[in-house]
Design a protein around this ligand. Structure first.
Ligand code: SF4
Length: 476
């Protein structure tokens, strides 16, 4: 039974339309917001769909589009919107927009002290690699106006805003917009790798997300921990280097000194799929894990051992000491890790197939997906897996990877044992990725393979791969 088309169709709020130029051809990629079920349409079709804002009938959408000099065959447009309606991408009228309440701001007092990852500052290599992988780079309304006035020539966005920005979600641009991508790169990225907005008017000209990337801010009830996402080769090449940008500006002492949003560690943290513990207890465990990690060499075994200790003993500092410092390290057996690698391979393959239709050959995320898929498949062979399980000669990146995650509380907003094993699997995949990156002549990525794993997992929406595991595998 077909779903009846609403009288006043509106592109649903969870739908994301992204304007892209791939190999010189302009397309619009429409997804359900999870990166799934991508549909590639023409810019003209999107311009018509954008008139489906819940205030018009289908005939009214046609008239509004014609007023904007956008024409299409009525039957073709009706077929498109009916197909999208069948897929649950169309809602009725304005109601859910007007009823939507803004989420309350996180409860972080302005006098909460800041605690930055010690001994670290960030040196950006200005290569622009972070500006060419994420499908959704968001701008507020003010930021779009500033960008269009600074660089009106970019896609002629000064005159034609729709060519450079689409609503971040749905058909009505209420507050947030997504920038058009050119072969996977932000439209404002120059061929030199520099941000043209930054080059025109300094860092404040960039949108909020770009100004703060790759910093993370997690309020644990005592401090706001400032750490970094390990999604960029620069985060690793900055290790031990002096003179970079501090994670906290000079003079900033408390939360009120930062013009930033904070993530808040939940009051109860899910440590296993069946048990949660108070935040303070888990933070104490995490601090003990961080200290013990500093006395161990191999990050992979630290992550796997921490997961086993957490399951056996709960989040106790004594459990951390007993397992990490007083016993032999625990490494995953092939039987334990294979379901994880299978889940990675399946999730990546699905992303590759789903995104193949719209990611061009020069798209960095598509290349990363292809290589990670190859690495995961290699690791299914015993010989390659045994080689990848062996400790590294130069473990600096991997040790930092664990350090940044534990210090920054990155694992505490997920189920902690699953997050620990997920990071261990990412370390394994990154080890198998090195020869594949070297073969592609990607020297910077081959030097810091964990960066491309983390970057691609988030950009392609494949971080949820542990959901494919049967529950017991997710924990042991
Ligand atoms: S606005 Fe600038 S910093 Fe942000 S993604 Fe685009 S080019 Fe990069």
């Amino acid at each position: 039974m077909p779903r009846p088309l609403p009288h006043h169709p509106r592109i649903a709020n969870h739908v994301q339309a992204r304007r892209q130029i791939v190999d010189g051809k302009e397309i619009v990629v429409v997804t359900d917001g999870q990166g799934n079920r991508a549909r590639v349409i023409t810019p003209e079709q999107w311009d018509m769909l954008a008139c489906a804002d819940g205030t018009r009938t289908v005939d009214g959408i046609f008239l509004a589009a014609a007023g904007n000099r956008i024409y299409s065959r009525a039957s073709a447009f009706r077929d498109l919107i009916e197909d999208m309606n069948e897929e649950g991408l169309v809602d009725e009228g304005l109601e859910s927009l007007s009823l939507k309440k803004p989420s309350p701001p996180p409860d972080t007092p302005s006098d909460r002290p800041l605690l930055a990852l010690p001994g670290y500052s960030l040196t950006c290599d200005l290569s622009g690699r972070c500006c060419g992988v994420y499908p959704s780079i968001s701008f507020s309304e003010l930021e779009t106006a500033r960008a269009r006035s600074l660089r009106p020539d970019v896609l002629d966005g000064g005159n034609k805003p729709w060519q450079v920005f689409t609503p971040y979600s749905g058909s009505r641009a209420l507050k947030t917009f997504a920038v058009t991508l050119v072969d996977g790169n932000c439209a404002y990225l120059e061929p030199s790798g520099l941000c043209s907005l930054h080059a025109s008017a300094g860092p404040e000209a960039k949108p909020y997300g770009c100004r703060h990337f790759p910093l993370t801010h997690h309020d644990d009830g005592v401090h706001v921990r400032v750490s970094i996402r390990t999604e960029c080769p620069c985060t690793f090449s900055s290790i031990g280097r002096e003179g970079g940008a501090p994670l906290v500006p000079p003079g900033a002492r408390t939360a009120g000194d930062l013009p930033t949003d904070f993530d808040v560690v939940p009051e109860r943290v899910e440590v296993t799929p069946s048990a949660s513990c108070p935040r303070a207890e888990v933070v104490e465990w995490s601090n003990a894990a961080l200290l013990a990690h500093k006395r161990r060499a191999d990050a992979l075994s630290t992550l796997w051992t921490l997961a086993a200790a957490l399951e056996q003993e709960g989040p106790t500092p004594t459990g951390v000491t007993r397992w990490l410092l007083d016993r032999e390290p625990v490494l995953p057996t092939p039987a334990e890790v294979r379901p994880w690698l299978g889940a990675v391979a399946a999730q990546i393959q699905e992303a590759l197939e789903g995104q193949h239709a719209w990611r061009g050959p020069r798209d960095r995320c598509r290349t990363g997906l292809r290589l990670i898929s190859g690495a995961a498949r290699r690791l299914m062979e015993l010989e390659a897996l045994s080689a990848a399980l062996a400790p590294r000669d130069d473990p600096q990146d991997e040790r930092f990877y664990v350090n940044a995650a534990l210090f920054g509380h990155h694992l505490l907003s997920e189920t902690v044992v699953t997050a620990l094993r997920d990071r261990a699997v990412r370390v394994l995949v990154s080890r198998a990725l090195v020869p594949l990156l070297a073969r592609e002549n990607a020297a910077a990525d081959a030097a810091h393979p964990l960066a491309i794993v983390d970057q691609v997992f988030r950009a392609a929406g494949t971080s949820a791969y542990p959901d494919r595991l049967p529950s017991p595998s997710r924990t042991t």
